[in-house]
Design a protein around this ligand. Structure first.
Ligand code: ASP
Length: 399
């Protein structure tokens, strides 16, 4: 009997849960498998983004097309992130998860001061080559790759050897390597799930259940309501079949809690299975996983209102609008790695006058919410590739 990748991943999740509950003595092996998988993904993400973005810009052919796609992409990103953030705020204001929460005096502080926008953007530019290739500065990598692509479009013909073919070949090579990593993803996912079950202290969930529920319901509304509606009305295809095609990516995002680590798989899924043109996928996805984080913005909005409620800070309509604006900006600044969203949350709290120490309250249970919001981030970016393809008048997925 031959299983497909999706079935293999489901089996590995079930086996991972069982291993976590019944064979916790092998934790080191699970950690090795999970970490090994994430490391492999991290190795390929920088050269892959570099090659795919440059070849994507080259295949656009001219700067006007790049500009057109750039505007449409940013408009879609901002619109969907604002919707997600609004859902989070409305739910938190209506359900009031902070009501009745007793703040323990011992609650420690994780932040001494919030990072300012200036510091956040200053960090984008790496000071040396190692910083550049480490992948920690995804936004810089994206800007540089787009710039190199533009230079090749503008001056490529003056260069004696086919520099565009070089990058296209490199891109195809990186996709072959990505295919190998995807093939072993069930093993990595098994390790990550088993490790999660063993290391999660479920007792910490109890006092925060209401807060977790609000975030989860908000994410569900966005993932099962808003995004499918967009796919159905704009792209005119079945959101369910789309989700099925990118299942490997969503499962990887869920278990790794990192959009950046999942990017290689999502690029492969959207190009091969959703048939998104290379120029769209390789432009929208690297940019999207870095700056379009619907799940993160929604979580941050709920968390900001929740912490304000705990500290008894009254939020005016202006403060609530401010949360939406800063959630959009801070999701641009948040790296696509685990826990990034809770770090940039401090910026929102500072802006609305809520103690940033409040983040310590939700830190202990954040991993599980991080897994959920990362999946929503990736799902939002999947929809972006289809919508932009459609808006550019190209043939999009039609099942
Ligand atoms: N882990 C999320 C991601 O990679 C970012 C966050 O912490 O919200 O998309």
């Amino acid at each position: 009997m031959k299983f497909n990748l999706q079935t293999n991943i489901l089996i590995s999740v079930i086996l991972g849960v069982m291993a976590g509950f019944f064979a916790d003595e092998f934790i080191n092996i699970y950690m090795f498998l999970g970490k090994g998988f994430i490391t492999l993904l991290k190795y390929i993400v920088v050269p892959l983004v570099f090659a795919s973005l440059i070849s994507g810009v080259i295949s656009l052919g001219n700067l006007n097309s790049l500009q057109r796609m750039g505007f449409k992409t940013l408009a879609y990103f901002i619109m969907t992130t604002a919707i997600a953030s609004t859902i989070g705020i409305l739910l938190a204001v209506i359900i009031n998860p902070g009501k009745g929460f007793i703040l323990a005096q011992t609650e420690g502080s994780v932040f001494t001061s919030a990072m300012s926008f200036k510091e956040m953007f200053a960090q984008i530019i790496p000071t040396n080559f190692i910083g550049f290739i480490s992948g920690d500065n995804m936004l810089f990598l994206i800007i540089l790759s787009i710039f190199i692509g533009i230079l090749i479009v503008a001056f490529g013909r003056n260069i004696a050897f086919p520099i565009d073919e070089l990058f296209e070949g490199f891109n195809e090579f990186m996709m072959i390597i990505t295919g190998w990593v995807i093939a072993i993803s069930p093993i990595g996912i098994f390790g990550l799930v088993a490790q999660l079950i063993i290391t999660t202290g479920f007792a910490a969930f109890v006092p925060l259940l209401k807060y977790m529920l609000v975030v989860t319901v908000g994410l569900a509304i966005h993932a099962f309501g808003v995004i499918p509606l967009i796919i159905k009305t704009i792209v005119k295809c079945s959101p369910f079949s789309v989700a099925k095609e990118v299942f490997t990516s969503l499962a990887t995002g869920f278990t790794t809690a990192s959009s950046a680590a999942t990017l290689p798989i999502l690029l492969e899924d959207t190009r091969k299975k959703l048939k998104v043109p290379n120029k769209v996928a390789s432009f929208v996805l690297p940019l999207g996983i870095t700056i379009n984080m619907d799940g993160t913005a929604l979580f941050q909005s709920v968390a900001a209102v929740f912490i304000a409620q705990i500290y008894g800070v009254q939020l005016s309509i202006t403060s609530l609008c401010l949360i939406i604006i800063i959630a959009i900006l801070s999701s641009i600044g948040a790296a696509a790695v685990p826990s990034a969203g809770i770090i940039t949350l401090a910026m929102i709290l500072t802006a609305i006058g809520v103690p940033i120490e409040g983040t310590a309250i939700i830190l202990g249970i954040d991993r599980i919410l991080d897994m959920l919001r990362t999946t929503v981030n990736l799902w939002g970016n999947t929809s972006a590739t289809l919508v932009i393809t459609k808006w550019l008048g190209e043939k999009a997925y039609d099942k």
